[in-house]
Write a protein that binds this ligand. Structure first.
Ligand code: HEM
Length: 449
């Protein structure tokens, strides 16, 4: 352990402080003030012993240079989670709350070497074919639809009613989902992330994506599913299903939080006037200071090794704290010197996010459109009453209550200011699906009105 000379300041409520125990990243204390935890973790040196869930141990790299060393040395540090010793020894079970994000699946995130290159190339080539104008148009249509569902009320939870829904609808569009499959994709992916009946939700998602693959084999279209399928990597049906599920899983949650955290910044920092250019600036500041994926990039040393003076054993779980590396002293200095893109919010090295351009584009378009439609939108509660969801991986607001002048929708049949509506439908619990269809069917109906 490379303890610094100065005495560390314990984060508020940290049960590990002074006890020699690992620092827990799963409690409400960490969610309330992660930066205090990162500051404390830095006293261990470049990496620190943490706990991701009760009994799930990991080493968290908090230093920028050590993070880059790990992320760029794919010979020494592997992504294949079948190397995870604690999982193989049964110390962490498949029912652990961290298993959905850490346990092995046959997709490019958990692949190394030639397997990784083949799968990732298919993913990046297919995503690169997404036309930016089409993406803008569909993001605006989806934004318009979501706003039509709450704009008449004059208040909304911009997280639950907007940031959370929008990416899922965009993915349905990108993947070319017809109504019934799209409804089940929305149901499945929301349930998986909300932890509501997660096992059933996962089964529904994989069944729906499997049907989508069968449909596109028969009738390909101009969509990511068909491009992925026709790629020269010649993915099998099983590989198709797993890469599509990865795109949905790796995309939906961080994208929701990128929209949420950027909106939070724009609504709580006076210096951002609501103009196109400043949305970009708020987005960059969010990626630096409040990245949606705060601690991730799980890796496993191929053999016993050293990383920045820390001994690691083969099969140990090592993660990178993008949030801590971004805000550490080394990067703070380079940022002040004007290098605006050196943060690690998208990770780095061979597994860095392959979709940062579409993710940025969707985020800026979604926020611009919201501000155009609701020009006086403001936070409806004091900033310090906002809460963040617990969990070691994502930096995610629980809700973002906002108010604005109610707006009239130009579409026939949409609720108008003054309307009282029945209980709101959510993607995880489609209201009477047999009668009205799920949320994706309703959106497709709305488009044709
Ligand atoms: C359109 C939305 C998105 C899609 C489709 C997407 C897709 C992916 C995929 C497929 C990977 C795995 C790449 C590989 O292992 O080779 C990945 C990695 C990653 N993505 Fe994204 N992503 C999206 C949005 C985001 C956002 C908004 C963030 C946060 C700013 C983010 C941060 C990351 C990070 C940090 C990694 C590295 C994870 C690791 O090494 O384990 N992504 N993404």
């Amino acid at each position: 352990m490379n303890a610094h000379d100065t005495a560390p300041v314990p984060p508020p409520g940290c049960p590990a402080h002074g006890s020699g125990a690992r620092v827990p990243l799963h409690g409400p204390e960490f969610a309330a003030d992660p930066q205090a935890y990162y500051e404390y973790l830095r006293h261990y040196g470049a990496a620190a012993p943490v706990e991701l869930a009760p009994g799930v141990e990991a080493t968290l790299v908090t230093d920028y240079a050590a993070a880059l060393q790990l992320l760029q040395d794919s010979g020494s540090f592997r992504k294949d989670a079948r190397r995870w010793r604690a999982f193989n020894e049964g110390k962490v079970g498949p029912d652990s709350p961290v298993a959905p994000l850490l346990a092995y699946r046959p997709n490019c995130m958990f692949a190394d070497g030639a397997d990784h290159i083949r799968l990732r190339q298919a993913v990046t080539d297919s995503m690169a074919r997404v036309d930016t104008r089409r993406l803008s148009r569909s993001t605006e249509q989806i934004s318009g639809y979501l706003i039509s569902q709450f704009g008449f009320r004059g208040s909304a939870d911009l997280l639950g009613d907007y940031a959370k829904q929008l990416p899922l609808f965009v993915f349905n569009e990108l993947f070319g989902c017809p109504a019934d499959i799209g409804d089940r994709v929305l149901f499945g992916i929301s349930g998986m992330f909300d932890g509501v009946n997660a096992e059933k939700a996962t089964a529904v998602l994989f069944q729906a994506v499997g049907e989508l693959v069968a449909l596109k084999r028969d009738k390909p279209g101009e969509d990511v599913t068909s491009w992925l399928m026709r790629h020269e990597a010649r993915l099998s049906d099983e590989e198709m299903v797993h890469q599509l599920a990865l795109l949905l899983g790796a995309g939906a949650e961080p994208l929701r939080n990128l929209i949420g955290n950027t909106l939070h910044r724009l609504l709580t920092h006076e210096r951002y006037a609501r103009e196109g250019g400043l949305i970009d600036e708020a987005l960059d500041d969010t990626l630096w200071e409040n990245p949606p994926m705060s601690n991730y990039a799980p890796h496993y040393p191929a053999a016993d090794t050293e990383l920045a003076g820390h001994h690691l054993q083969a099969g140990d779980l090592v993660l990178v704290s993008f949030a801590a590396a971004n805000t550490g002293p080394a990067l703070r200095a380079s940022r002040q010197a004007g290098s605006n893109r050196a943060h690690l919010a998208w990770s780095a090295g061979p597994h860095a996010c392959p979709s940062k351009e579409p993710a940025r584009h969707i985020t800026v378009t979604a926020i611009e459109h919201l501000f155009n439609e609701l020009p006086d939108v403001e936070l409806a509660v004091p900033e310090d009453s906002l809460t963040w969801r617990p969990g070691p991986f994502n930096r995610a607001l629980a809700t973002l209550p906002a108010r604005f002048t109610p707006v009239r929708s130009g579409r026939r049949g949409d609720p108008q200011p003054g309307t009282v509506t029945a209980e709101r439908e959510t993607a995880a619990s489609p209201a009477r699906p047999a009668e009205r269809g799920g949320m994706w069917s309703q959106f497709l109906n709305w488009l044709t009105r």
